[in-house]
Design a protein around this ligand. Structure first.
Ligand code: AMP
Length: 557
Protein backbone atom coordinates (compact mmCIF):
# COMPACT_ATOMS: atom_id res chain seq x y z
CA UNK A 1 0.00 0.00 0.00
CA UNK A 2 1.45 3.41 -0.83
CA UNK A 3 1.55 5.67 2.18
CA UNK A 4 -1.26 8.24 2.20
CA UNK A 5 -0.20 11.56 0.73
CA UNK A 6 -0.59 14.01 3.56
CA UNK A 7 0.77 17.31 2.40
CA UNK A 8 0.85 19.46 -0.70
CA UNK A 9 4.61 18.97 -1.03
CA UNK A 10 4.36 15.19 -0.94
CA UNK A 11 1.50 15.23 -3.43
CA UNK A 12 3.47 17.61 -5.68
CA UNK A 13 6.61 15.49 -5.53
CA UNK A 14 4.58 12.45 -6.53
CA UNK A 15 2.61 14.33 -9.21
CA UNK A 16 2.00 12.71 -12.57
CA UNK A 17 0.40 14.26 -15.65
CA UNK A 18 -3.10 13.56 -14.34
CA UNK A 19 -2.48 13.97 -10.63
CA UNK A 20 -1.23 17.50 -10.06
CA UNK A 21 -2.44 18.71 -6.68
CA UNK A 22 -4.29 22.00 -6.37
CA UNK A 23 -5.52 23.89 -3.33
CA UNK A 24 -6.53 27.37 -2.20
CA UNK A 25 -3.25 29.33 -2.33
CA UNK A 26 -3.28 30.18 1.43
CA UNK A 27 -3.21 26.43 2.17
CA UNK A 28 0.44 26.56 1.06
CA UNK A 29 1.09 28.94 3.94
CA UNK A 30 -1.13 27.12 6.43
CA UNK A 31 0.66 23.81 5.87
CA UNK A 32 4.09 25.36 6.34
CA UNK A 33 2.96 27.21 9.48
CA UNK A 34 1.69 23.91 10.88
CA UNK A 35 4.90 22.08 9.93
CA UNK A 36 7.61 24.58 10.88
CA UNK A 37 6.12 27.53 12.80
CA UNK A 38 9.48 28.63 14.19
CA UNK A 39 11.39 28.54 10.93
CA UNK A 40 12.13 31.91 9.40
CA UNK A 41 9.72 32.96 6.67
CA UNK A 42 11.04 36.41 5.77
CA UNK A 43 14.21 38.39 5.97
CA UNK A 44 13.86 42.04 5.07
CA UNK A 45 17.26 43.74 5.10
CA UNK A 46 18.15 41.95 8.31
CA UNK A 47 14.77 41.95 10.05
CA UNK A 48 13.43 38.42 10.23
CA UNK A 49 9.92 37.04 10.71
CA UNK A 50 9.10 33.42 11.55
CA UNK A 51 6.26 31.56 9.86
CA UNK A 52 4.27 31.91 13.10
CA UNK A 53 4.76 35.68 13.07
CA UNK A 54 3.88 35.92 9.40
CA UNK A 55 0.73 33.88 9.98
CA UNK A 56 -0.25 36.13 12.87
CA UNK A 57 0.16 39.27 10.75
CA UNK A 58 -1.78 37.67 7.88
CA UNK A 59 -4.68 36.95 10.24
CA UNK A 60 -4.68 40.49 11.61
CA UNK A 61 -4.50 41.97 8.12
CA UNK A 62 -7.37 39.74 7.00
CA UNK A 63 -9.45 41.01 9.90
CA UNK A 64 -8.53 44.60 9.03
CA UNK A 65 -9.45 44.18 5.37
CA UNK A 66 -12.71 42.57 6.43
CA UNK A 67 -13.47 45.58 8.59
CA UNK A 68 -12.93 47.77 5.53
CA UNK A 69 -15.67 45.74 3.88
CA UNK A 70 -13.52 43.45 1.71
CA UNK A 71 -15.48 40.33 0.74
CA UNK A 72 -14.97 37.27 -1.43
CA UNK A 73 -14.55 38.31 -5.07
CA UNK A 74 -13.59 41.92 -4.29
CA UNK A 75 -10.42 43.14 -5.98
CA UNK A 76 -7.60 44.18 -3.66
CA UNK A 77 -4.66 45.92 -5.30
CA UNK A 78 -1.10 45.49 -4.13
CA UNK A 79 1.07 48.43 -5.19
CA UNK A 80 4.10 47.37 -3.22
CA UNK A 81 7.82 47.00 -3.68
CA UNK A 82 9.21 43.81 -2.14
CA UNK A 83 8.58 44.22 1.57
CA UNK A 84 6.99 41.94 4.20
CA UNK A 85 3.71 43.77 3.49
CA UNK A 86 3.46 41.96 0.16
CA UNK A 87 3.16 38.41 1.55
CA UNK A 88 1.09 39.65 4.49
CA UNK A 89 -1.61 41.27 2.35
CA UNK A 90 -1.38 38.69 -0.44
CA UNK A 91 -2.31 35.83 1.87
CA UNK A 92 -4.72 37.98 3.92
CA UNK A 93 -6.78 39.01 0.90
CA UNK A 94 -6.70 35.50 -0.58
CA UNK A 95 -7.93 34.03 2.72
CA UNK A 96 -10.95 36.32 2.45
CA UNK A 97 -11.59 34.97 -1.05
CA UNK A 98 -10.70 38.38 -2.47
CA UNK A 99 -8.80 38.72 -5.74
CA UNK A 100 -5.28 40.16 -5.81
CA UNK A 101 -4.49 42.70 -8.53
CA UNK A 102 -0.77 43.30 -8.90
CA UNK A 103 0.44 46.85 -9.58
CA UNK A 104 3.93 47.90 -10.46
CA UNK A 105 4.79 50.81 -8.12
CA UNK A 106 6.73 52.33 -11.03
CA UNK A 107 3.53 52.72 -13.05
CA UNK A 108 2.75 56.25 -14.08
CA UNK A 109 -0.62 57.72 -13.12
CA UNK A 110 -2.22 56.76 -16.44
CA UNK A 111 -1.32 53.08 -15.94
CA UNK A 112 -2.52 53.05 -12.33
CA UNK A 113 -5.79 54.66 -13.27
CA UNK A 114 -6.39 52.31 -16.18
CA UNK A 115 -5.75 49.22 -14.11
CA UNK A 116 -7.87 50.36 -11.15
CA UNK A 117 -10.81 50.94 -13.47
CA UNK A 118 -10.32 47.85 -15.62
CA UNK A 119 -10.01 45.45 -12.69
CA UNK A 120 -12.53 47.22 -10.46
CA UNK A 121 -10.00 47.44 -7.62
CA UNK A 122 -11.69 48.92 -4.56
CA UNK A 123 -8.96 48.71 -1.91
CA UNK A 124 -5.27 49.32 -2.58
CA UNK A 125 -2.36 48.44 -0.30
CA UNK A 126 0.77 50.52 -0.68
CA UNK A 127 3.71 52.00 1.22
CA UNK A 128 4.36 55.50 2.50
CA UNK A 129 6.91 56.42 -0.15
CA UNK A 130 6.49 59.90 -1.60
CA UNK A 131 7.08 58.65 -5.15
CA UNK A 132 4.03 56.39 -4.95
CA UNK A 133 1.75 58.51 -2.78
CA UNK A 134 1.25 61.47 -5.09
CA UNK A 135 0.39 59.60 -8.27
CA UNK A 136 -1.66 57.01 -6.41
CA UNK A 137 -3.76 59.68 -4.69
CA UNK A 138 -4.52 61.29 -8.07
CA UNK A 139 -5.28 57.95 -9.76
CA UNK A 140 -7.43 56.93 -6.76
CA UNK A 141 -9.48 60.09 -7.03
CA UNK A 142 -9.91 59.77 -10.79
CA UNK A 143 -10.74 56.06 -10.82
CA UNK A 144 -12.67 55.90 -7.54
CA UNK A 145 -10.76 53.73 -5.05
CA UNK A 146 -12.63 53.19 -1.81
CA UNK A 147 -9.63 52.84 0.51
CA UNK A 148 -5.85 52.93 0.44
CA UNK A 149 -3.99 51.03 3.16
CA UNK A 150 -0.70 52.82 3.75
CA UNK A 151 2.08 50.66 5.20
CA UNK A 152 5.04 52.36 6.87
CA UNK A 153 8.18 51.31 5.03
CA UNK A 154 10.49 52.06 7.95
CA UNK A 155 8.48 49.90 10.37
CA UNK A 156 9.29 46.74 8.40
CA UNK A 157 13.03 47.30 8.73
CA UNK A 158 15.45 46.54 11.52
CA UNK A 159 15.44 49.27 14.16
CA UNK A 160 18.72 50.77 12.93
CA UNK A 161 17.94 53.94 11.00
CA UNK A 162 20.95 53.46 8.76
CA UNK A 163 19.18 50.77 6.73
CA UNK A 164 16.29 53.06 5.84
CA UNK A 165 18.44 55.98 4.81
CA UNK A 166 20.78 53.79 2.80
CA UNK A 167 17.71 53.25 0.60
CA UNK A 168 15.86 56.55 0.68
CA UNK A 169 16.44 60.19 1.30
CA UNK A 170 14.95 61.73 4.42
CA UNK A 171 11.55 63.10 3.47
CA UNK A 172 10.93 60.46 0.77
CA UNK A 173 9.36 58.11 3.30
CA UNK A 174 6.61 58.52 5.84
CA UNK A 175 4.68 60.87 3.56
CA UNK A 176 0.91 60.44 3.55
CA UNK A 177 -2.21 62.09 4.87
CA UNK A 178 -4.70 60.40 7.17
CA UNK A 179 -8.08 61.17 5.60
CA UNK A 180 -11.24 59.41 4.41
CA UNK A 181 -9.30 57.58 1.73
CA UNK A 182 -6.15 56.53 3.57
CA UNK A 183 -5.93 54.14 6.50
CA UNK A 184 -2.68 53.35 8.28
CA UNK A 185 -1.36 49.79 8.57
CA UNK A 186 -1.11 49.75 12.36
CA UNK A 187 -4.64 50.98 12.73
CA UNK A 188 -5.80 48.35 10.26
CA UNK A 189 -4.20 45.45 12.13
CA UNK A 190 -5.12 46.65 15.63
CA UNK A 191 -8.27 44.54 15.96
CA UNK A 192 -7.58 41.17 17.60
CA UNK A 193 -10.94 39.63 16.69
CA UNK A 194 -10.37 36.65 14.40
CA UNK A 195 -11.66 37.24 10.87
CA UNK A 196 -14.53 35.14 9.55
CA UNK A 197 -13.03 33.24 6.68
CA UNK A 198 -15.16 31.96 3.81
CA UNK A 199 -14.51 28.62 2.14
CA UNK A 200 -12.29 29.26 -0.86
CA UNK A 201 -12.67 26.92 -3.80
CA UNK A 202 -9.54 26.22 -5.88
CA UNK A 203 -11.56 27.20 -8.96
CA UNK A 204 -12.06 30.73 -7.60
CA UNK A 205 -10.08 33.59 -9.09
CA UNK A 206 -6.99 34.40 -7.00
CA UNK A 207 -4.95 36.91 -9.01
CA UNK A 208 -5.50 39.25 -11.93
CA UNK A 209 -2.11 39.65 -13.57
CA UNK A 210 -1.87 42.43 -16.14
CA UNK A 211 0.05 41.79 -19.32
CA UNK A 212 0.15 43.10 -22.85
CA UNK A 213 -0.43 39.55 -24.10
CA UNK A 214 0.07 39.22 -27.83
CA UNK A 215 -1.34 42.63 -28.77
CA UNK A 216 0.13 45.09 -26.27
CA UNK A 217 -3.27 46.23 -25.01
CA UNK A 218 -3.03 45.69 -21.25
CA UNK A 219 -5.42 43.05 -20.02
CA UNK A 220 -5.76 41.00 -16.87
CA UNK A 221 -4.85 37.33 -17.03
CA UNK A 222 -7.32 35.74 -14.61
CA UNK A 223 -5.46 33.14 -12.57
CA UNK A 224 -7.35 30.84 -10.23
CA UNK A 225 -6.13 29.33 -6.97
CA UNK A 226 -5.94 26.04 -8.92
CA UNK A 227 -3.79 27.61 -11.68
CA UNK A 228 -1.30 29.06 -9.22
CA UNK A 229 -1.14 26.09 -6.87
CA UNK A 230 -0.81 23.68 -9.82
CA UNK A 231 2.13 25.70 -11.16
CA UNK A 232 3.68 25.68 -7.69
CA UNK A 233 3.27 21.88 -7.59
CA UNK A 234 4.81 21.59 -11.06
CA UNK A 235 7.83 23.61 -9.93
CA UNK A 236 8.22 21.44 -6.80
CA UNK A 237 8.05 18.34 -9.00
CA UNK A 238 10.65 19.82 -11.36
CA UNK A 239 13.09 20.80 -8.62
CA UNK A 240 12.78 17.35 -7.03
CA UNK A 241 14.34 16.83 -3.64
CA UNK A 242 13.86 19.79 -1.32
CA UNK A 243 16.72 20.23 1.06
CA UNK A 244 16.29 21.88 4.45
CA UNK A 245 17.21 25.51 5.12
CA UNK A 246 16.35 26.95 1.75
CA UNK A 247 16.74 30.69 1.43
CA UNK A 248 15.34 32.25 -1.73
CA UNK A 249 16.37 35.72 -2.81
CA UNK A 250 13.39 37.90 -3.66
CA UNK A 251 15.09 40.46 -5.86
CA UNK A 252 12.64 40.23 -8.72
CA UNK A 253 9.48 42.12 -7.87
CA UNK A 254 6.77 39.96 -6.34
CA UNK A 255 4.15 41.81 -8.40
CA UNK A 256 5.64 40.09 -11.44
CA UNK A 257 4.21 36.64 -12.06
CA UNK A 258 7.65 34.96 -12.23
CA UNK A 259 8.56 35.93 -8.66
CA UNK A 260 4.98 35.47 -7.50
CA UNK A 261 5.29 31.77 -8.25
CA UNK A 262 9.03 31.10 -7.91
CA UNK A 263 9.70 33.20 -4.82
CA UNK A 264 6.42 33.61 -2.97
CA UNK A 265 4.18 30.59 -3.65
CA UNK A 266 6.96 28.05 -4.13
CA UNK A 267 9.12 29.51 -1.33
CA UNK A 268 6.29 29.49 1.19
CA UNK A 269 5.10 26.03 0.10
CA UNK A 270 8.51 24.47 0.78
CA UNK A 271 9.00 26.46 4.00
CA UNK A 272 11.94 28.49 2.69
CA UNK A 273 13.03 31.83 4.06
CA UNK A 274 12.30 34.59 1.56
CA UNK A 275 15.13 37.09 1.55
CA UNK A 276 13.40 40.16 0.17
CA UNK A 277 15.11 43.15 -1.38
CA UNK A 278 13.07 46.21 -2.31
CA UNK A 279 15.03 46.77 -5.53
CA UNK A 280 17.93 45.38 -7.49
CA UNK A 281 21.15 47.09 -6.59
CA UNK A 282 24.17 45.01 -7.55
CA UNK A 283 26.51 45.42 -4.57
CA UNK A 284 23.68 45.21 -2.02
CA UNK A 285 22.23 42.12 -3.67
CA UNK A 286 25.60 40.36 -3.71
CA UNK A 287 26.22 41.29 -0.09
CA UNK A 288 22.82 39.91 0.87
CA UNK A 289 23.40 36.63 -0.99
CA UNK A 290 26.66 36.19 0.91
CA UNK A 291 25.58 37.31 4.37
CA UNK A 292 22.24 35.46 4.34
CA UNK A 293 23.72 32.43 2.60
CA UNK A 294 21.03 32.49 -0.06
CA UNK A 295 20.55 29.07 -1.66
CA UNK A 296 18.54 29.98 -4.69
CA UNK A 297 18.24 33.08 -6.69
CA UNK A 298 15.61 33.35 -9.42
CA UNK A 299 16.40 36.27 -11.69
CA UNK A 300 16.40 37.60 -15.23
CA UNK A 301 19.39 37.37 -17.61
CA UNK A 302 20.44 41.01 -17.15
CA UNK A 303 20.96 40.40 -13.43
CA UNK A 304 23.15 37.34 -13.99
CA UNK A 305 25.06 39.30 -16.58
CA UNK A 306 25.56 42.22 -14.16
CA UNK A 307 26.94 39.76 -11.59
CA UNK A 308 29.29 38.27 -14.19
CA UNK A 309 30.60 41.72 -14.98
CA UNK A 310 31.04 42.84 -11.38
CA UNK A 311 34.60 43.15 -10.08
CA UNK A 312 35.65 39.93 -8.32
CA UNK A 313 35.91 41.82 -5.03
CA UNK A 314 32.32 43.05 -5.25
CA UNK A 315 31.08 39.61 -6.25
CA UNK A 316 32.91 37.73 -3.53
CA UNK A 317 32.08 34.15 -2.60
CA UNK A 318 28.63 33.12 -3.83
CA UNK A 319 29.10 29.43 -3.06
CA UNK A 320 25.97 29.25 -0.89
CA UNK A 321 23.92 29.28 -4.12
CA UNK A 322 22.59 25.84 -5.02
CA UNK A 323 20.52 26.62 -8.11
CA UNK A 324 19.20 29.56 -10.07
CA UNK A 325 16.26 29.79 -12.42
CA UNK A 326 16.42 32.41 -15.15
CA UNK A 327 13.27 33.53 -16.93
CA UNK A 328 11.48 36.30 -18.73
CA UNK A 329 13.93 36.74 -21.61
CA UNK A 330 16.50 34.62 -23.48
CA UNK A 331 19.48 33.63 -21.34
CA UNK A 332 22.57 33.99 -23.58
CA UNK A 333 24.64 30.82 -23.53
CA UNK A 334 27.80 32.76 -22.57
CA UNK A 335 26.04 34.47 -19.64
CA UNK A 336 24.98 31.08 -18.28
CA UNK A 337 28.43 29.57 -18.74
CA UNK A 338 30.27 32.46 -17.11
CA UNK A 339 27.88 32.65 -14.15
CA UNK A 340 28.27 28.93 -13.55
CA UNK A 341 32.04 29.15 -13.82
CA UNK A 342 32.24 32.11 -11.42
CA UNK A 343 29.83 30.83 -8.78
CA UNK A 344 29.82 27.05 -9.15
CA UNK A 345 26.02 27.24 -9.18
CA UNK A 346 23.85 25.87 -11.98
CA UNK A 347 21.62 28.37 -13.70
CA UNK A 348 18.83 26.98 -15.84
CA UNK A 349 16.52 28.82 -18.18
CA UNK A 350 12.77 28.61 -18.03
CA UNK A 351 9.93 29.99 -20.11
CA UNK A 352 6.53 31.24 -19.17
CA UNK A 353 3.82 33.83 -19.51
CA UNK A 354 1.44 35.67 -17.23
CA UNK A 355 -1.35 33.61 -18.82
CA UNK A 356 0.27 30.36 -17.61
CA UNK A 357 0.90 31.26 -13.97
CA UNK A 358 3.70 31.46 -15.46
CA UNK A 359 5.97 28.41 -15.78
CA UNK A 360 5.63 26.33 -18.96
CA UNK A 361 9.09 24.80 -19.27
CA UNK A 362 12.47 24.80 -17.52
CA UNK A 363 15.78 23.11 -18.19
CA UNK A 364 16.46 20.11 -15.96
CA UNK A 365 18.40 20.56 -12.75
CA UNK A 366 19.41 16.92 -12.36
CA UNK A 367 20.88 16.35 -15.82
CA UNK A 368 22.39 18.48 -18.54
CA UNK A 369 20.00 20.80 -20.34
CA UNK A 370 20.42 22.03 -23.88
CA UNK A 371 22.09 25.36 -24.51
CA UNK A 372 19.70 27.84 -26.09
CA UNK A 373 16.65 25.78 -25.14
CA UNK A 374 13.98 26.88 -22.66
CA UNK A 375 13.87 23.35 -21.32
CA UNK A 376 11.42 20.54 -20.89
CA UNK A 377 7.73 20.91 -20.17
CA UNK A 378 6.37 21.05 -16.64
CA UNK A 379 4.55 17.85 -15.69
CA UNK A 380 0.99 17.82 -17.07
CA UNK A 381 1.78 20.48 -19.68
CA UNK A 382 1.39 19.97 -23.40
CA UNK A 383 2.74 22.15 -26.17
CA UNK A 384 1.32 22.15 -29.68
CA UNK A 385 3.15 23.97 -32.47
CA UNK A 386 0.71 25.67 -34.83
CA UNK A 387 1.06 26.89 -38.38
CA UNK A 388 1.27 30.68 -38.19
CA UNK A 389 -0.92 31.03 -41.29
CA UNK A 390 -3.47 28.45 -40.21
CA UNK A 391 -3.48 28.05 -36.42
CA UNK A 392 -5.84 25.06 -36.57
CA UNK A 393 -3.13 23.13 -38.37
CA UNK A 394 -0.65 21.42 -36.03
CA UNK A 395 2.96 21.07 -37.16
CA UNK A 396 5.17 18.05 -36.71
CA UNK A 397 7.94 17.75 -34.12
CA UNK A 398 10.94 19.82 -35.21
CA UNK A 399 8.90 22.25 -37.32
CA UNK A 400 8.77 25.90 -36.34
CA UNK A 401 5.46 27.56 -35.57
CA UNK A 402 3.46 29.35 -32.90
CA UNK A 403 3.73 27.73 -29.50
CA UNK A 404 0.38 26.90 -27.89
CA UNK A 405 -0.12 25.46 -24.45
CA UNK A 406 -2.45 23.27 -22.45
CA UNK A 407 -2.12 22.49 -18.77
CA UNK A 408 -3.55 23.09 -15.31
CA UNK A 409 -1.60 26.37 -15.04
CA UNK A 410 -3.28 27.93 -18.10
CA UNK A 411 -5.56 30.84 -17.21
CA UNK A 412 -9.28 30.77 -17.63
CA UNK A 413 -9.27 33.95 -19.71
CA UNK A 414 -8.77 37.70 -19.61
CA UNK A 415 -10.67 39.68 -17.03
CA UNK A 416 -13.91 41.00 -18.57
CA UNK A 417 -12.57 40.56 -22.09
CA UNK A 418 -14.53 37.76 -23.80
CA UNK A 419 -13.38 38.74 -27.31
CA UNK A 420 -9.65 38.76 -26.44
CA UNK A 421 -10.13 35.52 -24.48
CA UNK A 422 -11.72 33.85 -27.48
CA UNK A 423 -8.86 35.02 -29.69
CA UNK A 424 -6.11 33.70 -27.44
CA UNK A 425 -7.50 30.15 -27.34
CA UNK A 426 -7.36 28.05 -30.50
CA UNK A 427 -9.06 24.66 -30.27
CA UNK A 428 -8.80 25.01 -26.49
CA UNK A 429 -5.03 25.68 -26.38
CA UNK A 430 -3.54 29.04 -25.36
CA UNK A 431 -1.63 30.65 -28.22
CA UNK A 432 1.41 32.57 -27.06
CA UNK A 433 2.66 34.73 -29.92
CA UNK A 434 6.03 32.99 -29.44
CA UNK A 435 7.53 31.06 -32.33
CA UNK A 436 9.45 27.91 -31.59
CA UNK A 437 9.86 24.17 -32.03
CA UNK A 438 10.20 21.04 -29.98
CA UNK A 439 13.21 18.78 -30.56
CA UNK A 440 13.28 15.00 -30.55
CA UNK A 441 14.15 14.88 -26.84
CA UNK A 442 11.24 17.07 -25.75
CA UNK A 443 13.26 20.28 -25.36
CA UNK A 444 11.48 23.47 -26.37
CA UNK A 445 13.30 26.16 -28.36
CA UNK A 446 12.13 29.72 -28.95
CA UNK A 447 13.22 31.28 -32.20
CA UNK A 448 11.13 34.39 -32.72
CA UNK A 449 8.09 36.34 -31.63
CA UNK A 450 4.92 36.98 -33.55
CA UNK A 451 3.89 39.65 -31.08
CA UNK A 452 5.35 43.13 -31.19
CA UNK A 453 7.15 43.10 -27.89
CA UNK A 454 10.47 44.37 -26.53
CA UNK A 455 12.09 42.40 -23.71
CA UNK A 456 13.96 45.07 -21.75
CA UNK A 457 15.67 43.52 -18.77
CA UNK A 458 12.97 41.47 -17.08
CA UNK A 459 10.19 43.72 -18.32
CA UNK A 460 7.93 43.53 -21.31
CA UNK A 461 7.68 46.78 -23.18
CA UNK A 462 5.06 47.15 -25.87
CA UNK A 463 6.08 49.42 -28.76
CA UNK A 464 2.45 50.28 -29.27
CA UNK A 465 2.18 51.87 -25.81
CA UNK A 466 5.24 54.03 -26.54
CA UNK A 467 3.96 54.95 -29.99
CA UNK A 468 0.63 56.05 -28.58
CA UNK A 469 2.38 58.26 -26.02
CA UNK A 470 4.63 59.84 -28.68
CA UNK A 471 1.66 60.54 -30.94
CA UNK A 472 0.28 62.77 -28.21
CA UNK A 473 3.16 65.20 -28.77
CA UNK A 474 1.78 68.07 -30.89
CA UNK A 475 4.77 68.22 -33.28
CA UNK A 476 4.85 64.52 -34.21
CA UNK A 477 3.42 63.27 -37.46
CA UNK A 478 4.45 59.61 -37.46
CA UNK A 479 6.30 57.30 -35.16
CA UNK A 480 7.64 53.76 -35.24
CA UNK A 481 9.14 52.10 -32.19
CA UNK A 482 11.31 48.99 -32.36
CA UNK A 483 13.55 47.05 -29.98
CA UNK A 484 17.29 47.53 -30.54
CA UNK A 485 20.11 45.43 -29.08
CA UNK A 486 21.20 46.76 -25.70
CA UNK A 487 24.29 45.55 -23.90
CA UNK A 488 22.68 45.69 -20.46
CA UNK A 489 18.97 45.11 -20.94
CA UNK A 490 19.15 42.74 -23.92
CA UNK A 491 16.78 44.99 -25.84
CA UNK A 492 15.78 48.62 -25.46
CA UNK A 493 13.14 50.72 -27.21
CA UNK A 494 14.16 53.13 -29.93
CA UNK A 495 11.75 55.57 -31.59
CA UNK A 496 11.88 56.93 -35.12
CA UNK A 497 9.74 60.00 -35.69
CA UNK A 498 8.75 62.47 -38.40
CA UNK A 499 7.49 66.00 -37.75
CA UNK A 500 4.33 67.73 -38.87
CA UNK A 501 4.92 70.44 -41.50
CA UNK A 502 6.29 73.59 -39.91
CA UNK A 503 6.77 71.95 -36.50
CA UNK A 504 9.91 70.89 -34.69
CA UNK A 505 11.01 69.31 -31.43
CA UNK A 506 14.36 67.97 -30.29
CA UNK A 507 14.73 64.38 -28.97
CA UNK A 508 15.33 65.89 -25.50
CA UNK A 509 12.09 67.88 -25.68
CA UNK A 510 10.17 64.81 -26.77
CA UNK A 511 11.69 62.79 -23.91
CA UNK A 512 10.75 65.49 -21.40
CA UNK A 513 7.19 65.37 -22.73
CA UNK A 514 7.14 61.57 -22.45
CA UNK A 515 8.27 61.52 -18.81
CA UNK A 516 4.65 62.03 -17.75
CA UNK A 517 3.32 59.32 -20.01
CA UNK A 518 5.86 56.52 -19.89
CA UNK A 519 7.67 54.74 -17.11
CA UNK A 520 11.46 54.57 -17.04
CA UNK A 521 11.70 51.23 -18.81
CA UNK A 522 9.36 52.32 -21.59
CA UNK A 523 11.27 55.55 -22.20
CA UNK A 524 13.02 55.22 -25.61
CA UNK A 525 16.78 54.96 -25.25
CA UNK A 526 17.05 57.00 -28.41
CA UNK A 527 14.72 59.12 -30.53
CA UNK A 528 15.78 59.56 -34.13
CA UNK A 529 14.18 62.27 -36.26
CA UNK A 530 13.72 61.41 -39.93
CA UNK A 531 12.08 63.00 -42.95
CA UNK A 532 10.20 59.82 -43.81
CA UNK A 533 9.56 56.43 -42.23
CA UNK A 534 9.48 53.13 -44.13
CA UNK A 535 6.03 51.97 -45.20
CA UNK A 536 4.50 48.79 -46.59
CA UNK A 537 3.02 48.56 -50.05
CA UNK A 538 -0.34 49.65 -48.80
CA UNK A 539 1.19 52.59 -46.92
CA UNK A 540 1.22 51.19 -43.37
CA UNK A 541 4.25 52.06 -41.26
CA UNK A 542 6.67 49.17 -41.45
CA UNK A 543 9.17 48.06 -38.85
CA UNK A 544 11.24 45.43 -40.55
CA UNK A 545 13.47 47.85 -42.52
CA UNK A 546 14.33 49.73 -39.32
CA UNK A 547 14.99 46.49 -37.47
CA UNK A 548 17.38 45.39 -40.24
CA UNK A 549 19.17 48.77 -40.26
CA UNK A 550 19.69 48.64 -36.51
CA UNK A 551 20.91 45.03 -36.62
CA UNK A 552 23.45 46.04 -39.26
CA UNK A 553 24.53 49.02 -37.19
CA UNK A 554 24.98 46.81 -34.10
CA UNK A 555 26.96 44.22 -36.10
CA UNK A 556 29.28 46.93 -37.44
CA UNK A 557 30.20 48.06 -33.92
P1 AMP B 1 4.68 38.06 -19.53
O1 AMP B 1 3.34 37.51 -19.78
O2 AMP B 1 4.66 39.51 -19.31
O3 AMP B 1 5.35 37.31 -18.44
O4 AMP B 1 5.57 37.82 -20.85
C1 AMP B 1 5.69 36.55 -21.42
C2 AMP B 1 6.57 36.59 -22.63
O5 AMP B 1 7.94 36.80 -22.26
C3 AMP B 1 6.59 35.28 -23.38
O6 AMP B 1 5.44 35.12 -24.20
C4 AMP B 1 7.88 35.39 -24.17
O7 AMP B 1 7.71 36.16 -25.34
C5 AMP B 1 8.79 36.13 -23.20
N1 AMP B 1 9.66 35.15 -22.49
C6 AMP B 1 9.48 34.58 -21.29
N2 AMP B 1 10.49 33.75 -20.98
C7 AMP B 1 11.37 33.79 -22.01
C8 AMP B 1 12.61 33.14 -22.31
N3 AMP B 1 13.21 32.31 -21.46
N4 AMP B 1 13.20 33.43 -23.49
C9 AMP B 1 12.61 34.30 -24.37
N5 AMP B 1 11.46 34.93 -24.14
C10 AMP B 1 10.82 34.68 -22.99
Amino acid sequence: MPSPVSTFIEAAQAAGPDSIPTCPVPTLLDQTVARTPDAFALDFLGRRYTYRQLDHLVTRAARGLQTLGVEAGDRVGLCLPNTPYFPIFYFAALKLGAVIVNYNPLYVERELEFQIRDSGTTVMVTVDLAVIQGKLARAAAAAGLRKVVVCPFAAALPATKGVLFSLFKRGDVGRWRGDDLNVGYFELISDRTPPTLPKVDPRDVAVIQYTGGTTGQPKGATLTHANLSANCAQVIRHVGQITADQRIAGVLPLFHVFALTYVLNYGVAIGAELVLLPRFELAATLKTIRSRKVTNFPAVPTIYSAINNAPAKTRGDLSSLQYCISGGAPLPVEVKAKFEQLTGCTVVEGYGLSETSPVVSTNPLDRPGKPGSVGVLMVGTAVEIRDTDDPHHLLAQGEKGEISIRGPQVMRGYWNKPKETEEVFVDGALVTGDIGYMDEDGFLFLVDRKKDLILAGGYNVYPRVIEEAIYQHPAIRDVTVIGVPDAYRGEAPKAFVTMKAGQSATPEEIKAFLAEHLNKIEMPREIEIRDELPRTMIGKLSKKELVAEEAERAAAK
